[in-house]
Design a protein around this ligand. Structure first.
Ligand code: ADP
Ligand code: MG
Length: 241
């Protein structure tokens, strides 16, 4: 089988003696969307922060494309991990145009940066906004610009932490579908954190179900939904229909 894009092995993070991430292992295959799904407080964001490199594990290791990114003695800093980030608060730079926002993290000649920004903005359907400023856009449009910005440098992995939770309910399903289409067109490998089973069912190639700091089940959405590992998993899925 091909080498996983991301491999997390036996990750542990303790706060005040309590393991909030408790021996988490997971892999992401290239081009896949994996959803880390679980109730609030189960350790999803802490896991993501360690992969991003903004927090450090107490034990365990992380590899990207087979290369060690960090273990307990070695650590590549966040800015050298080729990881794209998108959080609920996806703040664009207000003083930069939409195009400048998308080009912000890019290196190289101005013309190449502009070409890539244009490509990404076209992909999210906002090419005509390239010279506008963030405050001129709706919340959903700003979200799409943030997605374009995160994807522009072609990150090896996209980490998304509840990226849709700040959006109006009426917009959310449409934006989820559009986002998924863009991620697939770009061939991005994604770890998306959510506490909403419906979101994971809609977007994931694979779900890793987390509870109390542990991954309790992994598999295709359909399989997990149809055969939850235990009563708690059944209850967790019961509010979707
Ligand atoms: P989730 O993203 O699944 O909602 P988190 O990873 O944010 O969960 O948090 C998991 C647990 O770790 C929670 O109980 C939270 O209060 C605790 N926690 C997170 N960060 C810290 C911290 N810096 N110091 C102490 N406890 C923390
Ligand atoms: Mg969280």
């Amino acid at each position: 089988m091909a080498q996983p894009r991301l491999e997390v092995r036996n990750l542990v993070r303790r706060f005040e003696g309590r393991a909030v991430v408790d021996d988490v292992s997971l892999t992401i295959e290239p081009g896949n969307v994996t959803c880390l799904l679980g109730p609030s407080g189960c350790g999803k964001s802490t896991t993501l922060r360690m992969i991003a490199g903004v927090d450090m594990q107490d034990s365990g290791s992380i590899h990207v494309d087979g290369t060690l990114v960090c273990d307990t003695v070695f650590r590549i800093p966040p800015e050298r991990r080729a990881i794209g980030l998108m959080f609920q608060d996806f703040a664009l730079f207000p003083h930069l145009s939409v195009g400048e926002n998308v080009a912000f993290g890019l290196k190289g000649a101005g013309s190449a940066k502009k070409a890539r920004a244009t490509e990404l903005l076209d992909r999210v359907g906002l090419g005509h906004f390239i010279d506008e400023y963030p405050h001129q856009l709706s919340g959903g449009e700003q979200q799409r610009v943030a997605l374009a910005r995160a994807l522009a440098p072609r990150p090896r992995i996209m980490l998304m932490d509840e990226p849709f939770s700040g959006l109006d309910n009426r917009l959310r399903d449409g934006i989820r579908d559009e986002t998924l289409a863009v991620l697939k067109e770009e061939g991005a490998s994604v770890l998306l954190v959510t506490h909403e089973p419906e979101e994971a069912m809609r977007m994931a190639d694979e779900i890793a179900l987390m509870r109390g700091g542990k991954i309790v089940q992994r598999g295709a959405p359909y399989n997990i939904y149809n055969a939850p590992a235990d009563k708690a998993a059944v209850a967790f899925f019961s509010d979707i229909n």
